[in-house]
Design a protein around this ligand. Sequence first.
Ligand code: PMP
Length: 351
Amino acid sequence: MALTIRDDLSDLEGYHSAQVTVDVRLNTNESPYPPPPAWREAFLDELGRVPFHRYPDREARALRTAIGELHGVGPDQVLVGKGSNEVLQAACLAFGGHGRTVAVFEPTYALHSHIARITGTTVAVGERAADFTLDLDEVRRVLSTTAPAITFLTSPNNPTGLVEPREAVEAVLGMAPGLVVVDEAYAQFAPWSSLSLLADDRPLVVTRTFSKTWSMAACRLGYLVGPAEVVAQLERVVLPYHLDAASQIAGRLALRFQAEMEARVAAVVGERERLLAGLRRLPVEVWPSAANFVLFRPLSGEGAAAWKGLVERSVLVRDCSSWPRLTGCLRVTVGTPAEDDAFLSALAEVL
Ligand code: PMP
C-alpha cells in the first residue's frame, strides 16, 4: 500500500516495554497488590447495573466531583482521561501543536516528548545535571531561547526516581512563559506535591493516575487538577464520551478506599527502602528514589546483559541501558517482598 505516515513522524517509534511472560514482572511500575476485594465487589455490582446501550456521562461529573473533594477543589478544576497519558495529550493538543514548543528536561518520562511530537508540537530538550537533578541555569537557557507553550516536569521523575524540590518547581514557574505541567504519576510515594502550589491565577496543572497507587492500571484512568480556566480549554480538545462508564465507576468507587490505598503506599515505601538496601550490597550504582521504582547501573557496565540474565531467571525489569544519558541502566519496580527477594537473588547471580 502506498500509505505513509506523516513526514514529521517518519522516524517515530511506538511505545516499547517488553511484555514477556515471566514469574516476576517488575518493569512497568504497577502496584504489586490488587485493589481491595470490597472495591471489586462494589465495582462489579455497579457494572451489572450500567445501561450499556447508552453513552456514559460525558462530563464524568460524579467522578470529577469525587476527585475534586479528595484535593479540596471543585469538579471544574478536574480533567479526567484514559490514563494520565490521555490528559497529557489533551494538554499538548490544546496548548501545543504546529508552530508551538514544549520543553522537557532529560532524562525524563519519554511520553512527554512522544505525545508532543504526535500532536505536531516541537520539542525543546534541556539537559539535567549529571546527578539527574534539574539545572536551573539550563532551564533558564531553554525557556528563554524557545519560549515553550508547555514546560513539563515529572516529580518524582521517571526513570530516575528523584523528586523535584519545591524551590525548583517554584523557580521553573517563575521562568516559564506558558503552562507548567507537573506529572505526578508517583507523587503519593514522595514527601511533597506540587498540588500545594496550585492557584487560580497561576498557569500550573498537576497530573495524577489511578494506575500506580490506586492499583488500577487495567482501568486506564488518570486526571489533572488546575485552574478552572485551563481545564475548560482542555475540555474543548478531548473526544466526546472519551471516558467509558466502567472507568468512571472504577475511579469513583476507588476513592472510597483511601485508607487501603494509603496502607498500600506505606507498604511499598517500606519495601522500596529494603530493595534499595539490597541493591546497595551488590556491585551496582543506585539512585535514591521517592517513587515505586529504583534506577540502578551494574558497575560492570553490562546493563543489557544483566537484563537478559534476569529474564532467563524469569524476572523482568525495564531495560534503559540503550537510552540516551542512561547507558547501562536498568529500572526495577518495587514488588512484593517475595518478588523483590527473587529479583535481588537473580541479580546477585547474574552479576
Ligand atoms: N506519567 C509518568 C511519569 C509515568 O511513568 C506514567 C506511566 N508509566 C504515566 C504518566 C502514564 O500513566 P497512565 O497513562 O497509566 O496514567
